[in-house]
Design a protein around this ligand. Structure first.
Ligand code: AMP
Length: 185
């Protein structure tokens, strides 16, 4: 089972990807987590992406595509995986299609988590208090939302056309949203 979890920052897709991947015994691939781990470990990759990440911008398509390219070949991905935070641009989505085709695999579904902007802003404010992420100050969050609208939102239409999009209203408790995900898939 190969899935993409799509949605704006703060919508809760990371939490859902973690829970759903555990329930199904598939891998959870969060490109954001991979990059944060690289920064924490002080690797070359980490040094290259830190400034861009801290500002709320996207790191380059080439770099992320290469990262995914390698990651999905690892043994824990054999039974399937959830891509959380990838793709974020049309170029990345097209690269994913190509990559899967080469591996003789297909994307099963794209779960799109939707939430009214007001609720999104409330959740992001909560995250600022709880997580203290460098890229989660109010200014950077605003930038990440802007980047989402400019570069990522068009993926909804892209995947709608493939017939694979499953839209979920991401309001309610974590358990309630998980139940919706399970139903949709
Ligand atoms: P996330 O934890 O998914 O919100 O990602 C945190 C940051 O990592 C983003 O704001 C980007 O700077 C970077 N990032 C994560 N995934 C991608 C991606 N697919 N393409 C470009 N940049 C990414």
């Amino acid at each position: 089972m190969i899935l993409v979890f799509l949605g704006p920052p703060g919508v809760g897709k990371g939490t859902q990807a973690k829970l759903f991947s555990e329930a199904r015994g598939i891998a959870h691939i969060s490109t954001g987590d991979m990059l944060r781990a690289a920064i924490a470990a002080g690797t070359d990759l980490g040094k290259r992406v830190k400034t861009v990440m801290d500002s709320g911008q996207l790191v380059s398509d080439d770099l992320i595509i290469e990262l995914i390219n390698q990651r999905i070949l690892e043994s824990d991905c054999a039974k399937g995986y959830i891509l959380d935070g990838f793709p974020r641009t049309i170029t990345q989505a097209e690269a994913l299609e190509k990559l899967l085709k080469k591996l003789n695999k297909t994307l099963d579904a794209v779960v799109y988590f939707d939430l009214p902007e007001e609720e999104l802003l409330t959740r992001l404010a909560g995250r600022r208090e709880q997580e203290a992420r460098v890229d989660d100050t109010w200014e950077v969050q605003k930038e990440r939302l802007r980047v989402y609208k400019n570069k990522t939102e068009s993926l909804i239409d892209f995947y709608q056309k493939t017939g694979k999009l499953r839209k979920i209203e991401s309001s309610g408790s974590v358990e309630e949203v998980l139940a919706k995900v399970q139903l949709a898939l």
